[in-house]
Design a protein around this ligand. Structure first.
Ligand code: SF4
Ligand code: SF4
Length: 335
């Protein structure tokens, strides 16, 4: 592979594992080389040819894409390695197909999982595709946990960015994802201040009883950077470790938008299916002292119930990283 140098001492994301992925060493993401999970013309704005890459550097309890993000530990079927040149040719062909034109698909959209963990591969696909169509648009869909160096590389080739923010408080973030919040907020600020023209939107999944307390400070944080930033709240659907949890209610989604407007954000909306029934988990005493907020304790209790014994959750220093029980969890329902 032409791009394997970057993987020899991997610091693509803020876990900074330093492992030699070319030699088969695994970091938090458990991914060696780049794997494509699936690809398809996708009608969700921005309409695109979407390439889902497998694996993720987060282990979010409510992951809506767990079949892809927790590969390879969950043993779900994915497509495998695809040569960047043929993937580029295929992408252009699909964008120029009748179905692509009718859909209005105008860009390649890299999603996952987390595309940052396969950044050198993606750069190669984009380079090949732009040799065929120099003005090709590219969207990068991310959880924002890349190093500043990776972010610069991403902004170099990206036309648009969809940027997920899971929480505002560190204990909520750790309980949900297994990673700290500071790098994500720092990168969100860099994008918002220096490349706002590339920002399609910040996306915030509203999870009832988990990150509700984070919504208001998150809105204030974003509004303090610019009141014009586009923000879309997504209604949580029960999934992965939160498979039996209740979905976001319409009332919660309206409240998120209201809090955004009260903070001064002018371009705030919500999307997704609300009111999916479910129940609230049981707070477990073992996580009591490790998190200060109730929502963080709730997320951590769910993680604990499915085998995550490291609290506060910290995947990059966890002794169970290579055998993480959460990554193997198969939900009883995915909504
Ligand atoms: S988690 Fe991040 S730093 Fe660690 S191996 Fe994966 S991409 Fe590299
Ligand atoms: S067991 Fe360790 S690696 Fe797995 S989710 Fe928990 S903290 Fe992260």
């Amino acid at each position: 592979m032409r791009f394997e140098n970057d993987l020899k001492e991997c610091t693509l994301c803020e876990h900074r594992c330093g492992v030699d992925r070319v030699a088969g060493e695994l970091g938090v993401c458990h991914m060696a080389g780049p794997i494509v999970a699936s690809r398809t013309l996708h009608p969700a704005p921005p309409e695109s040819y979407t390439i889902f890459v497998a694996g993720c550097n987060f282990k979010c309890v409510g992951c809506q894409n767990w079949t892809i993000s927790q590969f390879p530990d969950n043993r779900m079927a994915v497509e495998g390695y695809v040569d960047p040149k043929s993937l580029a040719q295929e992408s252009i062909r699909m964008l120029e197909s009748t179905a692509g034109i009718l859909m209005g698909a105008d860009r390649i959209f890299f999603s996952g999982g987390e595309p940052t963990i396969h950044l050198p591969f993606i750069e190669e696909v984009v380079k090949e595709a732009r040799q065929l169509r120099p003005a090709l648009k590219v969207n990068f869909d991310t959880n924002g946990f890349m190093t500043e160096k990776s972010l610069k590389r991403i902004l170099n080739f990206t036309t648009s960015m969809t940027f997920d923010i899971k929480a505002f408080y560190n204990d909520t973030m750790r309980a949900i994802t297994g990673a700290p919040v500071d790098p994500v907020l720092k990168n969100a600020e860099i994008v918002a201040r220096t490349a706002s023209e590339k920002l399609w939107e910040f996306r915030i999944v509203a999870v009832p009883e988990v990150n509700e307390d984070d919504i208001e400070p998150l809105c204030r944080f974003l509004a303090s950077i610019s009141k014009d930033l586009p923000v879309c709240f997504l209604a949580f659907r029960p999934n992965f470790v939160l498979d039996e949890h209740l979905g976001a209610t319409r009332e919660l989604m309206n409240r998120c938008v209201e809090q955004g407007r009260l903070a001064g954000l002018k371009n705030v909306t919500y999307a997704g299916t609300s009111n999916i029934p479910g129940k609230v988990g049981v707070l477990q005493r073992k996580v009591e002292g490790d998190y200060s907020r109730r929502g963080a304790k709730m997320a951590a209790s769910y993680a604990l119930s499915k085998g995550c014994n490291t609290h506060p959750r910290d995947c990059s220093s966890c002794l169970s990283m290579s055998t993480c029980p959460l990554k193997k969890y198969l939900p009883v329902r995915s909504c």
